[in-house]
Design a protein around this ligand. Structure first.
Ligand code: S3P
Length: 166
């Protein structure tokens, strides 16, 4: 079974949806951010603070390069991982990439009390810019799901239908 990669902006529901999807398909679930935190022994926000964003992006690249060598996984990725063209191409070569497309309003509302995401600590206008820019790469995913205002189970059902059609 080919891997299934979930990409999308912060707060789009990748981890929640990924876990349910993996269960339904009887596949293993992994969360790249969690793997990075375990390997580094540090929280992502501390990696950003102490080592910088560039260092974190390098960790993401290394991690995804390792993951594409495996099979049968549902993989939840960080919002920046799937917005990188090289990472996107790598994932598409090895599996199906699913973009959970949500509106910026939904993201801002869901994460209004979040303290863990360094990139949300900037003015809303900057977040909006990042959100728009990233769509240029997210839209290269094999499958796009309009994930706004849907429950995780509804999203999973839609992914299953679309994957079967491929
Ligand atoms: C990031 C998203 C986060 C995490 C890190 C950077 C981003 O993951 O990888 O804070 O660049 O969008 P989520 O998408 O799970 O929030």
């Amino acid at each position: 079974m080919k891997n299934i990669y979930l990409v999308g902006f912060m707060g789009s529901g990748k981890s929640t949806v990924g876990k349910i999807l993996a269960e339904k398909l009887n596949m293993n679930f992994i969360d790249i951010d969690k793997l990075i935190e375990e390997k580094e022994g540090m929280k992502i926000k501390d990696i950003f603070e102490q080592k910088g964003e560039g260092y974190f992006r390098e960790l993401e690249r290394k991690q995804i390069e390792a993951v594409v060598k495996q099979e049968g996984l549902v993989v939840s990725t960080g919002g920046g991982l799937g917005a990188n063209l090289d990472n996107m191409n790598l994932m598409k070569k090895n599996g199906d990439v699913v973009w959970l497309d949500v509106s910026l309003n939904t993201v801002l509302d869901r994460l209004k009390n979040d303290q863990d995401r360094p990139l949300l600590k900037q003015p809303t206008e900057k977040i909006r810019q990042l959100f728009e820019e990233r769509k240029n790469v997210y839209r290269l995913a094999n499958i796009r799901i309009n994930a706004d205002k849907k429950t995780p189970s509804q999203i999973v059902e839609e992914i299953l239908t679309k994957i079967k059609r491929r």
